[in-house]
Design a protein around this ligand. Structure first.
Ligand code: HEM
Length: 130
């Protein structure tokens, strides 16, 4: 059967390769922020509190890491980064929508996309504070 990565939620070992490796993840993150900034339910939060260049770099690390890549994430914890933002579930879901749009834009297969969504899902409870 399918070989699993370390302890990451049944994410297959091939997940990062399926995503196109580091370059694929980086392209996906750039698209993610493109769709985020087009969405007026959430773009204002990123415009006011975010730093898109820094967030693209750090998300590229984090997403490779949760897909099982040998990459060390160098940013703040998800709780520290989002604690003061008062993010709602609706706003969180808008980012998830942008994530799926970014997958489509980059021809990331739906199943592979779901592996990333699943790997990031556990952060929901520390990011959504309102
Ligand atoms: C699973 C979902 C999410 C992930 C993986 C994620 C990831 C990240 C990362 C890696 C950073 C950079 C931390 C640092 O600067 O050290 C960050 C910061 C930030 N995130 Fe998220 N995020 C998520 C959801 C959201 C949502 C739903 C929003 C708003 C609707 C949001 C808004 C922000 C903002 C504004 C910052 C900048 C905070 C600051 O620099 O003070 N994030 N996020």
């Amino acid at each position: 059967g399918e070989q699993k990565t370390k302890p990451i939620l049944g994410i297959p070992k091939s997940a990062l390769d399926d995503f196109g490796g580091a370059a694929g993840v980086h392209a996906w993150v750039e698209s993610l922020f493109y769709y985020i900034m087009l969405d007026n339910r959430i773009s204002h939060i990123f415009r006011e509190f975010g730093n898109v260049e820094r967030q693209i770099a750090l998300n590229t690390q984090l997403e490779q890491m949760v897909l099982g890549g040998a990459v060390e994430y160098q940013g703040a914890s998800m709780s520290a980064a989002h604690a003061d933002l008062g993010i709602t579930m609706t706003q969180f879901n808008a980012v998830v929508e942008a994530a799926y749009n970014a997958c489509e834009r980059n021809n990331v297969p739906y199943k592979t996309c779901n592996h990333l969504i699943a790997a990031l899902a556990p952060f929901t409870r520390v990011i959504v504070t309102r």
